[in-house]
Every structure is written in structure tokens, then in C-alpha cells.
Design a protein around this ligand. Structure first.
Ligand code: SF4
Length: 358
């Protein structure tokens, strides 16, 4: 048998199997008997790394078709959710994330900026809303926000953005139960806390915390009734296996994140990963497709690095299940899509922008 035939028969063994791993409970996230019947993929609520990697390695068009079938089962295929993000406190971070210009431990010394005032946040959020964003994210540099005056200001920012009729998201590092409760009371809809990469590769990227620390905070956020936004960054020297392991970790959390942002590393000179090998665009599309299959009810977001993808690649990502994007010319410290380009692409693809969910 030719190598290729061997490969395909191996994939079919996985996708045609109807063993006890097939789930009949349609209330379980990721579980869809109809889909299993239609596409021969055995949908289940948890995947092993081996199963996920076999799906990731499916023939490209079969993977895309399967992911798209999952996508249209749960989502409007023409709708995309748009977020904007503002760094409300920048630089001077004691953590050592290898990719970040805001870490004092990296070579790139980004100037420190104290917390912006609430009027600046309101102005930026209104501008984002006019561009079609339904969610506004606010980010602070640092391991956590232990200063009560600054934390109180964040809560006021959340309330102000919430009052504009937008979904709110913050990313301020580790949280206590008490802080999570206060954020929820202020009107917080989403908390971003990325796991960044696989558990095995994590120590190459961050040493000042563990991936388990991140998972603990995710649980605190979920216990407070706030949606979690958690994904990672690819192109930092990790392998495809690491990328798949990261998605398996997220999909097997007690409650998978409601939003999964996938960032293509934007290399910043002076950071520890500024010479790493970029991810191949087709592998990035495969990753989006796998995220859609593993987490059917989650938003899958193309986050940083979208400006390095051609329009055709972005379209394939959306076909594979990406249904959330960042707008705005800046994503914290890196460039994003220039104004006007998104509108052109959305028009070409007949994309409509999702309104704030009720
Ligand atoms: S990613 Fe966040 S925690 Fe890590 S160095 Fe940058 S600002 Fe600090």
C-alpha cells in the first residue's frame, strides 16, 4: 500500500470509529451525535492528545470540512464577533514571559505608563463601538493588581464600558476570589488569562509562574460566574504537538473557555523569542480547525499576528471556525490591521458583525 493510502486509512480508523468514546449526551459541550452521523467524526466531550493530534493531521480538506460542519451546527457562519483592546497600565512587569516587551526581564525596555484615566477608556471604547466592536478589553501589565486603588479604578472602568452597552473583558493577572466577585458585580463579562502554550513547553516561555497557577485563576474566574477567554501564542519555538496539547488542555478543563484566542507571535526585538521559527500558515489554519472541533461552543479568535495573514488565509481560518477578531490598529504593544482593511475583507466575504449578546 502506498504511504499516502496508509495514512488515510489510519485517519479513517479514527474518524469512523464508533466505540465507547462516542457520547450520546447532546447536552455535553463538544458532544454532537448528528455531527458524528454526518461526518463520521466521533464527537465526544474530552479528547486525548493522540486523538486530537490525529484530527489535526487529517488531510487538509477533510479537516476543514469537518471543522466547518461543527461550526455551522453551533454558529452563524457569516457572523464574526469583534473586540478591541486597550493597555490601561503598561510596562514594568516583573514576570518573565519570553514574548513580551512589557517584561523588565526582557531586552526591550518598554516605557512604563501609569494607569490611564477613566475618560480615556470611555473615549477609546466609544471609538471601538463605532468601528463595530461589541466587546472592549482592558489590560494591565503585571503579575496581579494588588494595589486596591488601581483595582477599584479597573472596576469603575468595567462599569463605564458596560454602561456603553458593550461586553467587557479585562486581563490583570492573578485574581483572588474577592477580586473576581467585585469584577463580576461591576459588570465584567470576560476575563482573559491565556495558558500560552503546552504544559511541557511552558517552562521555556515563563519561569515566574506555572501553568497550574494559570488554571487555578481560570477556576476562580469561572466560580465567580465570569466567562473565560484563554488561548495561547504560537511560533515561539514549540512544535505542532505542543500546540495540540495546549488545545487539549483547554478543551478538557471542567468548563472550556468561552473564547479561545490564538495569537501568531509578533516578534519584538530584544525579547527571548525574537528569532524563533514562525508557524506555517496551513498549520495555523489546522490549529483553528482543531480548536473549533474540540470546543464547538467557544468563540475561536484570531488574535495577534492577523496582520501577517493574507486575506485568503484569514478567509480559510474563518471557514475552519474562527469567529472572533480584534479590530483596531494596535493590540497592546504590537501592530494590528490598519483601518479600512477589515471592512473590505468583510464585504468580500459577506461577513456581518455580531452584536453584543444578551
Ligand atoms: S505578558 Fe503580561 S505578565 Fe507576561 S511579562 Fe507581559 S505584561 Fe507581564
Amino acid at each position: 500500500m502506498l504511504n499516502k493510502e496508509l495514512e488515510i486509512s489510519k485517519h479513517e480508523e479514527l474518524t469512523n470509529k464508533s466505540d465507547d468514546s462516542t457520547c450520546n449526551n447532546s447536552n455535553v459541550i463538544g458532544c454532537n451525535q448528528d455531527l458524528a452521523n454526518n461526518s463520521n467524526i466521533a464527537m465526544k466531550h474530552s479528547y486525548t492528545f493522540e486523538e486530537a493530534f490525529e484530527i489535526f493531521s487529517l488531510p487538509f480538506f477533510k479537516l476543514l470540512r469537518t471543522a466547518h460542519e461543527v461550526h455551522i451546527k453551533y454558529w452563524d457562519e457569516q457572523a464574526v464577533q469583534i473586540s478591541d483592546i486597550l493597555s490601561v497600565k503598561t510596562g514594568g512587569c516583573s514576570e518573565d514571559c519570553a514574548y513580551c516587551a512589557q517584561s523588565v526581564r526582557n531586552g526591550n525596555k518598554m516605557p512604563r505608563q501609569p494607569m490611564v484615566d477613566i475618560d480615556t477608556v470611555i473615549k477609546k471604547a466609544k471609538e471601538a463601538k463605532e468601528r463595530g466592536a461589541s466587546r472592549f478589553c482592558m489590560s494591565t501589565a503585571g503579575r496581579c493588581l494588588s494595589n486596591p486603588i488601581e483595582f477599584d479604578k479597573i472596576c469603575k472602568m468595567v462599569k463605564a464600558v458596560h454602561d456603553l452597552g458593550m461586553e467587557t473583558c479585562v486581563t490583570i493577572g492573578f485574581l483572588t476570589n474577592e477580586q473576581a466577585k467585585k469584577l463580576k458585580e461591576s459588570g465584567l463579562d470576560y476575563y482573559n488569562h491565556n495558558v500560552d502554550t503546552s504544559p511541557e513547553f511552558y517552562g521555556n516561555i515563563v519561569t515566574t509562574r506555572t501553568i497550574q497557577d494559570r488554571i487555578n485563576t481560570i477556576e476562580i474566574v469561572q466560580n465567580a460566574g465570569i466567562n473565560v477567554c484563554s488561548g495561547g501564542i504560537v511560533g515561539m519555538g514549540e512544535t505542532n504537538k505542543d500546540r495540540v496539547k495546549m488545545l487539549v488542555l483547554l478543551s478538557n478543563l471542567k468548563t472550556p473557555p468561552r473564547c479561545v484566542p490564538l495569537n501568531k507571535l509578533v516578534k519584538i526585538p530584544g525579547t527571548r523569542v525574537d528569532d524563533s521559527h514562525p508557524i506555517d500558515d496551513f498549520d495555523f489554519i489546522r490549529l483553528i480547525a482543531l480548536a473549533r472541533i474540540l470546543m464547538p461552543k467557544s468563540y475561536v479568535k484570531i488574535a495577534a499576528g492577523r496582520n501577517t495573514l493574507s486575506e485568503s488565509t484569514q478567509a480559510l481560518c474563518m471557514f475552519a471556525g474562527a469567529n472572533a477578531l480584534f479590530s483596531g490598529e494596535k493590540l497592546l504593544t504590537v501592530e494590528n490591521i490598519k483601518d479600512g482593511k477589515d471592512i473590505n475583507l468583510f464585504n468580500k466575504l459577506n461577513i456581518v458583525l455580531e452584536k453584543k449578546s444578551e
